[in-house]
Design a binder for this molecule. Sequence first.
Ligand code: HEM
Length: 284
Amino acid sequence: MAVWDILLHTAESYSLARRTGYTTIYQKVLAITPGDFIQFAVAMGFSNCPGAPQLQFMLGRPMPVAASLDGLIPEPFDAVDSSIERFADAGNFTPSHIIWLLNAHSVVAADEVDSTIPGTPFDSTPFILTVSSSLRLSSAAHCSQGENQGEVESPIMGELHLQSDSELPRDNRTACEWQSFVNNLERMQTLFPAAMATMAVIGQDTSQMVDCSDVVHILLLRALGFEPNVICPQIPITPPPQGTAHFPAGLGIADVEQACSTAMFPTLPTDPGPATYVAPVPPA
Ligand code: HEM
């Protein structure tokens, strides 16, 4: 499809377009538009992660008419001001909404920031949607990475730390919101899907769309071997992680740079054992 060809040559869209290109066959089988397919894949992907809330999936986006202009997606090396302005312009999002959405970075990995180490996670537990491991510590002594554009040194070996994920938790407009998610899984499970539901229908006429969120549950449960007649949206598909948030082994409160001026960073235990190393995620 011509739109994907264009996006494949658009720096900040490359990762998304490439993954979507891989999955064109599924899109054809499902007979839905590319926009619907992307949102369907997002809802399915996140729902597979333990700790993740169920995301809404609205069906009914029209076929694309043109690729988006270059430069519309925030880059990790953009100034915080610029990212905040872009989110406000695109979806009327506040700085707090950006932080709600960025919970997504708990379960993602980068292929293109440093193409020599594809699959490098942003988080010490890249398969679990938690805020406990997204502490965004300030210590920078442990990792040799950090030399690529948009990347800063990570406190955890094997983890890739984006400049934007380092600066947003330190900015006075977003620091307290970021800190508010630490050790508060319920807050993430409420606010992340709310912001995602808003973002997923930007520019769409929702009166022409159908809420197909149940399909996400049905397909997932079928994949897990359950029969459709036991399906209920309230079924906890993947149990959330138990216990309180914790520092990865080798790190602690001394490594935290206190950025929120109205509340102290919570007291958390540190995992025992040698300093944490995060393995790359397998290719998609
Ligand atoms: C300031 C805003 C943001 C910046 C600068 C940013 C930047 C990035 C970068 C550089 C990557 C790595 C791409 C690669 O190397 O493969 C990435 C991956 C990713 N981000 Fe963000 N991001 C932002 C906000 C978001 C939001 C709001 C979401 C979702 C709600 C999100 C979801 C993802 C996902 C799912 C991936 C993995 C993509 C893949 O596997 O191909 N990001 N982000």
